[in-house]
Design a protein around this ligand. Structure first.
Ligand code: PEP
Length: 256
């Protein structure tokens, strides 16, 4: 099965409500409808914008996908402030980012928590975008491949091969997120191939690993996306800062 590229825009905790709506419209209308046959493009707004984004996308029958930046590992209960997978599924979310380095760092999310969130997402028929990536310290010690493989295998624990096939993996070196420092295309390919694709093949076989989409994330913009998605094992990008500008996000999406 050919892997359909995915470009996903992680807005993080940015934009007010009107700006969010304007951005969705700009991105959706900047890309020709036919383009979505070839590439999936999705926005990942804060929870508070999801209902409006859903209304806009459904109302105008837009081909743009959307999803959330995090999810609770629990389906319901006394978890003040959390948002569950059934709630997100009801809002029509197609994707959920799980294990972003900012969640791992600021909310102390361990691989076990990440794994439970991946399972909650899949159990409600949404696609997890499982993030893995090393700090600068780990990279400088030369341990980045092993580090990312460990995060990957732990994050996928107890999934069926079919669930693994449906999961998207995002390689996001922590030192490249929001810093303007981009990994070279060769760096991105090395980890996407050695730490992710080959590790998946060893664990689940090539029939599964060949179908899994692997994204690169870390200061991606229109000036560097071409080279990055030109790599054999990079099937798209998870984009932070550059996804907040509609023209830029549409431009880089059109280059995937
Ligand atoms: C991200 O946070 O997922 C990300 C890749 O951010 P940026 O593109 O701003 O580096």
């Amino acid at each position: 099965m050919a892997r359909k590229p995915l470009i996903a825009g992680n807005w993080k905790m940015n934009l007010n409500h009107l700006e969010a709506i304007a951005l969705v419209q700009k991105v959706a209308f900047a890309l020709p409808e036919k383009y979505f046959d070839k590439v999936e493009v999705a926005v990942l707004p804060p929870f508070t914008d999801l209902r409006s984004v859903q209304t806009l996308i459904d109302g105008d029958k837009l081909s743009l996908g959307y999803g959330a930046q995090d999810v609770s590992e629990h389906d319901s209960g006394a978890y003040t402030g959390d948002v569950s997978a059934p709630m997100l599924a009801k809002l029509g979310c197609g994707y959920v980012v799980v294990g972003h380095s900012e969640r791992r760092e600021y909310h102390a999310e361990t691989d076990d928590v990440v794994n439970r969130k991946v399972r909650a997402t899949l159990n409600h028929d949404m696609t997890p975008i499982l993030c893995v990536g090393e700090s600068l310290e780990v990279r400088e010690a030369g341990d980045h491949v092993e580090h990312c493989t460990t995060q990957l295998i732990n994050g996928l624990k107890d999934l069926t091969p079919e669930q693994v096939r449906r999961t998207v993996v995002a390689y996001e070196p922590v030192w490249a997120i929001g810093t303007g420092k981009v990994a070279t295309a060769a760096d991105a390919q090395e980890v996407c191939d050695r730490a992710v694709r080959r590790a998946l093949a060893d664990e689940y076989g090539t029939e599964v690993s060949d179908d899994v989409r692997i994204l690169y994330g870390g200061s991606v913009k229109s000036s560097n996306i071409g080279e990055i998605v030109g790599q054999n094992d990079v099937d798209g990008a998870l984009v932070g800062g550059a996804s907040l500008n509609g023209d830029e996000f549409a431009k880089l999406s059109a280059m995937a």
